[in-house]
Design a protein around this ligand. Structure first.
Ligand code: ADP
Ligand code: MG
Length: 676
């Protein structure tokens, strides 16, 4: 009798070679196989009369082979095997590509079930690369799971592996979700779910099983995050006694917005409380998150603690230092910038200042501060642009600096329901108000035909004293016909020869990047051609026109971020998106941006269109991977899962009554190294 943790080598038909290939896919034990869910299903229960087949569909027919399969060589390395089959309603051609031995097993005059994709119309109609099997009348082909494969691994291998795994848990696979939840949400039990996912009888079974798995996945996630939050709450944190910020408010060049004031008050209250703050500030681009970050740094400094402000890029770190150092100095606090491109001697000097406590506020990149720096007494940490800063990273910092108050700032606004789930370990402040006097950026989607007019428009803005960003998706000419930044610089220099065009891209040396950015900021260039390195945080208020090349190549939220680089000064600002002529879908997407400047609305549309994987840039959110949940489609179920997790943890913070559940949660968070 195989056991769940046995190696896949114990499965008959899987030898060492195959096992090695499977291990590369992350499948080592029967349990791994059990949790390797099908990518999709081939529904062979519905047999369709040939006359009713529709082009483009994957379909199943029951038909008799009318002609012996014949081989056609098209060109080298490409051969087709073709035959004709018929049922009561009509005939259709069958075509196999480079699969003559499989095709040759078909016998003229015999009946088979064929499942494949219908291509072409009329007499040209055919079923392409079908699978076939012999089935007695009345028997159907069932529902066949389709697993994702890797080189050298076949569907048959995965069927074998999952068969063995299912056998190993037959009759006893302990349920870990509390029974009351199964009843309340009418979710199937684990035993049923796992069988239905791998070997469903009907597609309804698949739907039921999937619902349970979505709930389960989000419930585990929420339990884990809640647990982390609870543990952190229990530990004693640094207390900031002096939370009077009136000098700080007075030193700002403008009155804070109501939202900024609220967020800062929430932060100050957290810092007084006696446990470490763990807060997320969500605010649209331009909502003024930097002020909030500065407030926390000042709070730390005036209580005798050091603060670290971490930016995702060196450009941004340098910019923060430029704008904040004078403010800190006015309040009597010292501030140092630490960048990777500094010389060894300079770095050593800064490190010494930080270690001695002479540097009260430290600004640098995430990587730098997390890895290399020894603080004397780190009391507060701000991570700017949170979507690149996951749970695991937060934990690392925490371990390094004792229990510093932590503030993460996200410029990717996401719906509140989603924020509460994905950032379940954090408290959330929302900056839902822009500084006064902001004019919305006028946005237009245009096609190639408009290019000469756009060049004239650029010229006009520069003539009026403005500056222009041109954003391109790639640096070098790749296989796709995208404008590379370098090429685009040449084109612009031809079109506007009297204008100063600068180039900025991710592969330049840091010092060169800084120099280009500083020059543009000082008005020494009219046009800055850049890749998305300028996406986060860059602040040049005089720039009032952004032209995005191949706008259809970017995600909506990313375009919104990019667009946030303009509209920061007093000038009316514009954003021109090329790519309107790239088809229906591109047009639809770009239209959303033209219609609104509201980041939350755009994020919602983006999430609905692309799904969470792309939205968060794979695993950028730093949480355990979600395999089944579709964060846009399953919102209601998600919300229930979160509420239930909260309720359960409130009664039983250690999940003592549910050891199986606790084990599952720990397993889910194992890879993030925050749970113990
Ligand atoms: P975010 O980081 O949220 O995108 P920033 O902090 O970079 O936004 O602020 C954007 C711009 O708005 C900056 O030029 C900043 O000086 C300005 N700003 C911030 N808060 C205010 C305010 N309360 N009143 C006027 N201008 C503000
Ligand atoms: Mg910012």
């Amino acid at each position: 009798m195989p056991a769940l943790y046995d190696s896949l080598l114990s499965v008959s038909g899987i030898g060492p070679k195959k096992a090695a290939l499977l291990e590369k896919m992350g499948l080592r034990t029967l349990r791994d196989a059990l949790e390797y869910y099908p990518r999709s299903y081939d529904d062979r229960t519905r047999v369709i009369p040939i006359a009713e087949l529709r082009e483009g569909e994957r379909a199943c027919i029951r038909a008799v082979v009318g002609t012996t399969p014949a081989l056609h060589r098209i060109r080298k390395g490409m051969e087709l095997t073709k035959c004709t089959v018929f049922d009561d309603s009509g005939t259709i051609g069958i075509t196999f590509f480079n699969n003559r031995y499989y095709a040759a097993l078909l016998r003229e005059g015999e009946e088979y079930l064929f499942c494949g994709i219908v291509q072409g119309q009329g007499r040209m109609r055919q079923l392409v690369s079908p699978v076939y099997e012999k089935k007695a009348p009345g028997e159907n082909g069932g529902i066949v799971p389709v697993y994702s494969l890797a080189a050298g691994v076949t569907q048959r291998d995965l069927i074998k592996a999952t068969d063995a795994a299912l056998a190993a848990v037959a009759g006893e696979y302990p349920e870990f979700l509390p029974g009351y939840l199964l009843a309340e949400y009418q979710l199937p039990a684990l035993q049923y779910t796992i069988a239905a996912i791998h070997r469903p009888q009907t597609m309804e079974e698949v739907a039921d099983a999937r619902r349970r798995m979505v709930f389960e996945e989000l419930f585990l996630l929420c339990c884990g995050l809640q647990r982390i939050k609870a543990v952190w709450r229990e530990e004693a944190g640094i207390v900031f006694q002096n939370t009077d910020l009136s000098a700080f408010w007075d030193a700002l060049p403008f009155p804070p917005t109501g939202a900024q004031r609220r967020a800062v008050e929430e932060i100050a209250a957290d810092c007084r409380k006696g446990c470490a703050m763990n807060r997320l500030v969500q605010g649209d681009v331009g909502s003024g998150k930097t002020v909030v970050a500065a407030a926390l740094c000042v709070l730390a400094a005036q209580n005798g603690w050091q603060a670290a402000l971490m930016a995702p890029t060196e450009i941004l770190a340098a910019q923060h230092e430029q704008s904040l150092a004078p403010l800190f100095a006015a309040l009597g606090f010292s501030c140092v910038l630490l960048t990777g491109s500094m010389g060894a001697a300079e770095k050593r000097e800064k490190h010494a200042e930080i270690a001695s406590g002479k540097a009260q506020i430290v600004i640098g990149t995430h990587a730098l501060i997390q890895k290399d720096v020894e603080f004397r007494n780190l009391g507060a940490v701000v991570a700017d642009e949170q979507h690149r800063f996951g749970v695991g990273q937060r934990a690392t910092l925490r371990q390094k600096g004792g229990q510093p108050h932590t503030l993460v700032m996200s410029a990717t606004p996401i719906p509140r329901t989603l924020a509460l789930i994905l950032y379940g370990d954090l408290d959330v402040s929302v900056l839902d108000e822009l500084p006064p006097g902001r004019q919305p950026v006028e946005t237009y989607a245009v096609g190639e035909k408009m290019r000469p007019r756009i060049y004239r428009f650029m010229e006009k803005q520069i003539l009026d004293g403005g500056q222009v960003y041109v954003v391109c998706p790639l640096v070098e000419e790749g296989e796709l016909p995208l404008k590379s930044a370098e090429q685009h610089v040449l084109a612009l220099r031809r079109a506007l020869p009297h204008r100063r065009v600068a180039l900025l891209h991710g592969r330049m040396k840091q010092a060169d990047k800084d120099a280009v950015m500083a020059a543009f900021s000082a008005g020494e260039a009219d046009i800055l051609v850049a890749t998305t390195v300028i996406e986060v945080g860059v602040n040049v208020p005089n720039a009032n026109l952004m032209v995005v090349e191949d706008g259809d190549r970017f995600g909506l939220s990313q375009l919104h971020q990019l667009r946030g680089r303009v509209g920061r000064g007093k000038r009316q600002s514009y954003c021109i998106l090329f790519g309107k002529d790239k088809g229906e879908k591109a047009r639809e997407r770009l239209k959303i941006l033209c219609g609104t400047n509201d980041g939350f609305e755009i994020a919602r549309a983006d999430l609905a269109q692309r799904g969470p994987g792309d939205f968060f840039g794979q695993r950028q959110h730093g949480l355990p991977a979600l395999y089944v949940a579709d964060l846009a489609a399953d919102l209601a179920l998600m919300q229930s899962a979160r509420e239930e997790a909260e309720r359960l943890l409130a009664d039983d913070p250690g999940m003592e009554h549910y050891p199986e559940l606790r084990a599952r949660v720990e397993r889910m968070f194992r890879s993030t190294e925050v749970f113990n």
